[in-house]
Design a protein around this ligand. Structure first.
Ligand SMILES: *Cc1c(COP(=O)(O)O)cnc(C)c1O
Length: 457
């Protein structure tokens, strides 16, 4: 009963597909469907209709859709993890949309100085803005923070020693390890102190004629609690002055807004470190800053100038789309209240329990209205996380939406939602499937309702 490939290619619905898609792809889809029919027939239990023109054509069309769909696609983040590295870290502010749209589809003055009509530098575009926002003398932006650390160490310490506390030899997810990056930049790591306690005298004791920098690394994704002692940025600057050694800080998340009265676990701001006199500071564009993937370096002019001339820079350079969206994101930080409202990462992180409760009620109400009776919603208090290796101790109170579907386990719900055309990512806790309104976007609700309705059928 299994139709021959040639015959399937003659059927009208498949001929219509051939008119719009490469023959090889349609053929591949047909073969996949027929192979499946063959194994189904062997296993038994297929109805006669499954071998008919209508059923086969529908399957071929579905298979073709799967073959041509992009690999990188939008997902709905119901996990409550705001800076979810696996889901693309930060989503960009609306202001970046227009900037991207303009710069992506037009020529631009990327490396053209419009005042003098001569070649310009792509690095000049956000430098003034970064200096204005952070108080630094100079700035440069590269591909990501890992690249920023690599460039900084290469330009300031290659062939020499960098002094780092044993409590700050961090590994960030995706195999970024401070000792490895050092090796790669040709810098010798001089470890001082212990895992839990490092003192000022440890830094000074490590200084010799080959010492190039003191490096401070932000413990982004872990915390050491108990009997601890850390040398602060201010103290390190003072030590650097005494020993005539510049101080670098890899801040990791690098936020520009003081969140101490909004979050129980505040991070120092980049401005704090600049004010303290740290010579060079690096941080990510897509963590707490809430912009595109980028590595931002701010600091004293002579150091940044050396980086601008460094050979590595060409290999680490950012592209114009990053530049366009970064400039638009940074511009929002000129007014802190605007940034808190317009930068999605900041907005989601600082959303309060009463706000999220109201939001959970609204979303659950609308979903109840638009899904079959077999899908049930219940609200329960819980916690969201910042994610992205930032604020590891922070549990943000939220109001969760528990989704139950008759006849499905929480694991079934999780797997099916993840397999949807627009995947929905939630989480399972204590045998319940949960969606967190903190990371659900208004624009997600129609597709979320459609996905949940499909679960019941
Ligand atoms: C995240 C992080 C990095 C890596 O930044 P990317 O932008 O992901 O390359 C480096 N150092 C610290 C301390 C970090 O937190």
């Amino acid at each position: 009963m299994i139709p021959k490939v040639d015959r399937v290619l003659e059927w009208e619905a498949v001929r219509a597909l051939l008119a719009n898609h490469p023959r090889e792809l349609v053929l591949k889809a047909v073969r996949l469907v027929l192979d499946r029919l063959r194994s189904g027939a062997r296993a038994g239990g297929l109805s006669d209709a499954a071998f008919g023109e209508a059923a086969v054509c529908a399957e071929v069309a579905r298979e073709l859709r799967l073959l041509i769909q992009p690999s990188l696609k939008r997902v709905i983040n119901g996990s409550g993890i705001v800076i979810h590295t696996n889901l693309g870290r930060s989503i960009l502010p609306e202001a970046a949309r227009e900037a991207l749209n303009t710069i992506a589809f037009s020529y631009s003055n990327l490396e053209f100085n419009l005042d003098d009509g001569v070649r310009g530098s792509r690095y000049s575009h956000v430098e003034a803005l970064l200096c204005e926002l952070t108080g630094a003398e100079a700035a440069i932006v590269v591909n990501n923070n890992a690249a920023a650390v690599l460039l900084t160490l290469s330009a300031m310490a290659a062939g020499r020693e960098a002094v780092v506390s044993r409590g700050e030899l961090v590994e960030i997810g995706g195999s970024f390890r401070i000792p490895e990056v050092m090796k790669l930049s040709g810098v010798t790591l001089k470890e001082v102190g212990t895992t839990n306690r490092t003192h000022a005298k440890d830094y000074l004791g490590a200084v010799n004629e080959n010492t190039a920098v003191f490096l401070k690394v932000h413990c982004s994704n872990f915390a050491v609690l108990g009997f601890t002692k850390e040398v602060t940025a201010e103290e390190m600057v003072e030590l650097g002055r005494q020993a005539d050694v510049p101080v670098l800080a890899d801040m990791g998340s690098g936020n520009l807004v003081d969140l101490s009265n909004r979050l129980p676990c505040p991070e120092p701001t980049v401005q704090d470190f600049v004010r303290a006199g740290v010579d060079v500071i690096t941080f990510s564009g897509d963590k707490l800053l809430g912009g595109p993937q980028a590595g931002i370096i701010v600091g004293k002019k002579p150091f940044i100038e050396a980086m601008k001339k460094h050979q590595l820079l060409r290999a680490l350079r950012m592209d114009k789309l990053t530049l366009a969206s970064l400039e638009a994101t940074l511009a929002l930080y000129r007014d802190e209240m605007v940034a808190l409202k317009e930068v999605p990462t900041l907005r989601m992180l600082t959303a309060t329990l009463p706000e999220l409760t109201a939001r959970a009620k609204k979303i659950a109400g609308r979903l109840r209205h638009r899904t079959p009776d077999a899908v049930n919603f219940k609200l329960s208090e819980g916690f969201s996380q910042a994610g992205g290796g930032t604020l590891p101790l922070l549990n943000l109170p939220t109001m969760l939406i528990e989704v139950a579907v008759e006849g499905l386990t929480p694991n079934d719900i999780e797997a099916r939602l993840r397999g949807m055309e627009i995947p929905v990512i939630g989480r399972i806790n204590k045998n319940a499937f949960l969606l967190d309104p903190r990371t659900l976007q208004d624009a997600d609700l129609d597709d979320l309702a459609a996905a949940l309705s499909a679960l019941a059928s």
